[in-house]
Design a protein around this ligand. Structure first.
Ligand code: ADP
Length: 443
């Protein structure tokens, strides 16, 4: 059952219950209690007997007629004092009884009526009440009848609500799926909500927003891609020219020769740095363009081995501890990309750790928790969000020495977003930075 309907169910049933009580109160106020009236109808033969047979007798015959009726009737007729009868009744009923009217007590299947108002049947008859017991009144039948009536009303009301909420719920779910797919990188996901749907204007807005985002992203990617490509050719040409220049270095002054050779080597270093940057940029552009992941299942141990194999050599004096806390389990992910993300974290740890790095993989509920922590300088709290932005580096002089462009973590975050995961930074117990990834198991 859809959640929308369930939300409606409570208030609708409550309103129907309130409406039923109101209807009952108003009907009783205007026309009298319907349950009592129905009881009066059921007791009509006995009332007829009292009014048309017993009461039609001459005054001195009245008691003997009553006794005759007593002999044959299933209903028990008793004469009781007015005070005793009044004690069983409420104020309104007492007044009715006093006025000589028939008063019905449906719940106890009884009725009361004064013998007469002026004592003409027998001496003291004005103080007596004729009480009929065990009347053929089915009190519960009357109540059940009222309940059934209201249940039918509730059903009839709930059916259209059910139909409406079902189609509304489906439209909402379809729209939610579109936004989820779009958020996960499927940029061509669009809502196909029918024009008749009540959320059609919202779906239109979402589609327009998606169009704009897709256009913006693709132009940004194209720009990044073309700039990187355009840079490649002049870099290659420069590299080639430098090599020729180096080969043709023939002067008679050995000192000048050595200086020029040194400059050429520095220029070659700059060029190779530029080359690396362009490669990283192209990788990022590719990652952006990659809407769909190539997911597959991989044993955790194999995944860890793959990651470690493709890392650069570990700096000497550094200890890397790998804790796999979910042995024998498998990961379902685009493992080429995921291992790249983890390698980026490990490479950073290689750069910034003093002595020790811990890489831990654990399962918590439906999530993988993967952390990489070190005993380095750590990352100040104010910088923790910013370092995921492209080209953001903490301390330029320190980073130049370590040779980063500030793209590694931005790539990590992109890969995790594609997988529906998250990354956070905290302080490690080792003293340095702790990067913690949480990844849905079925991501
Ligand atoms: P880079 O290629 O410069 O390492 P990243 O995006 O990987 O770029 O990292 C961004 C910045 O975050 C780095 O320049 C560095 O200042 C900081 N950083 C990343 N990892 C760590 C770490 N383990 N310890 C301390 N600082 C770190």
């Amino acid at each position: 059952m859809n959640r929308l309907f369930l939300r409606f169910l409570g208030p609708v049933l409550l309103s129907i219950a309130v409406a039923s009580i109101l209807v009952y109160a108003v009907v009783t106020w205007i026309f009298g209690d319907p349950i009592e009236q129905s009881a009066l109808r059921q007791a009509a033969p006995q009332i007829f007997l009292i009014e048309q047979y017993i009461d039609k007798a001459a005054s001195d015959e009245w008691l003997s007629r009553l006794n005759k009726v007593r002999e044959v009737s299933q209903v028990k007729f008793e004469l009781i004092p007015l005070n005793q009868a009044s004690a069983n009744l409420n104020q309104a009923q007492r007044e009715q009884l006093k006025a000589g009217k028939i008063v019905i007590d449906a719940a106890n299947r009884m009725l009361y009526r004064r013998v007469d108002l002026d004592g003409e049947r027998y001496i003291g008859s004005e103080d007596d009440v004729l009480q009929a017991q065990d009347l053929p009144i089915d009190y519960w039948f009357n109540i059940k009848l009222e309940i059934v009536r209201y249940i039918i009303v509730a059903f009839v009301l709930l059916i259209p609500i059910g139909f409406w909420s079902r189609s509304h719920w489906r439209d909402i779910q379809a729209l939610a799926k579109v936004t989820q797919d779009f958020g996960a990188g499927q940029l061509d996901a669009r809502a196909s909500t029918p024009t008749s749907a009540s959320i059609y204007p919202l779906a239109q807005q979402i589609n327009q927003m998606a169009n704009r985002i897709e256009t913006l992203l693709s132009s940004q990617q194209q720009l990044l891609h073309s700039v990187s490509h355009e840079l490649r050719t002049p870099i290659a040409r420069l590299e080639f020219a430098l090599e020729i220049l180096q080969d043709s270095l023939v002067t008679h002054d050995a000192d000048t020769d050595a200086k020029q050779a040194q400059r050429i080597i520095a220029m070659q270093g700059d060029l190779s740095e530029l080359n690396n940057l362009v490669s990283e940029l192209l990788n990022m552009a590719k990652l952006d363009a990659q809407g769909q992941l190539q997911k597959a299942s991989i044993a955790l141990d194999e995944f860890v081995q793959n990651c470690l194999q493709h890392l650069p050599p570990k700096p000497s004096g550094l200890q890397l501890q790998v804790d796999i806390l979910a042995p024998g389990k498998s990961l379902y992910a685009d493992h080429r990309l995921l291992s790249r993300a983890i390698q980026n974290l490990l490479k950073n740890a290689y750069k910034y750790a003093d002595q020790k790095i811990i890489w831990r993989i654990a399962l918590q509920g439906e999530f993988w928790l993967i952390s990489v922590e070190d005993d380095g300088a750590g990352i100040p709290e104010a910088e923790r969000e910013k370092i995921f932005e492209a080209f953001y580096r903490l301390d330029r002089s320190r980073d130049r020495a370590t040779g980063g462009f500030g793209l590694g973590l931005s790539i990590v975050r992109q890969i995790l977003v594609l997988h529906g995961g998250r990354i956070s930074i905290s302080e490690s117990e080792l003293g340095g930075a702790k990067f913690e990834i949480s990844l849905p198991m079925g991501s």
